[in-house]
Write a protein that binds this ligand. Structure first.
Ligand SMILES: [Zn+2]
Length: 163
């Protein structure tokens, strides 16, 4: 990702700012301007409002990465997980502060902001969200909206670690 694009996206990367359709209640991250879940999409225009994700979630599935992507060399093995947030959206992120054998499906986690990677010799350091185990997990609220409304955070190919 270009540096310009990175900085443009930094606010949402730091605060998990998504959007919510006030018509049907579906939450999106990254934020969307139109709700694809509403029967008539036009109903949702101007119904979308900024929505702050709590960062709480649980591990849906995960993989242990042994072959690092460029910039991750110092971190293998690491755990890359799909995390279902309390509000519904599913995010992809690294799980930190645990060894791979401490991660399991259903593990309660919380988003935390860490260094993601360093880029080459220029030393550009990208920060973003990762997930750490919740110290005192709160009971998960039932998901709102249909399961089909779950959206996966799209990560750029260069951010994606090999599975
Ligand atoms: Zn909607």
């Amino acid at each position: 990702m270009s540096i310009a694009r990175f900085w443009r996206e930094t606010p949402r990367r730091y605060n998990l700012g998504g959007s919510k359709c006030t018509n049907c209640g579906t939450v999106y991250f990254p934020p969307r301007l139109v709700c694809p879940e509403c029967p008539a999409h036009r109903q949702s225009i101007e119904k979308m409002v900024p929505f702050q994700l709590s960062g709480d979630g649980e591990v849906l599935s995960y993989t242990v990465v042994h072959e690092p992507a460029e910039g991750f060399e110092m971190q293998v093995p690491y755990v890359l997980a799909l995390v279902k947030t309390r509000e519904g959206p599913v995010l992809t992120g690294q799980v930190v502060d645990v060894t791979p054998d401490e991660v399991s499906i259903g593990l309660k986690v919380h988003a935390t902001f860490r260094k993601l990677r360093e880029e080459g010799r220029a030393g550009v350091i990208h920060y973003g969200y990762k997930f750490a185990p919740s110290e005192d997990p709160e009971p998960a609220a039932p998901p709102r909206g249909p399961a089909a409304a779950v959206r996966t955070e799209e990560i750029g190919a260069r951010d994606r670690a090999p599975a």
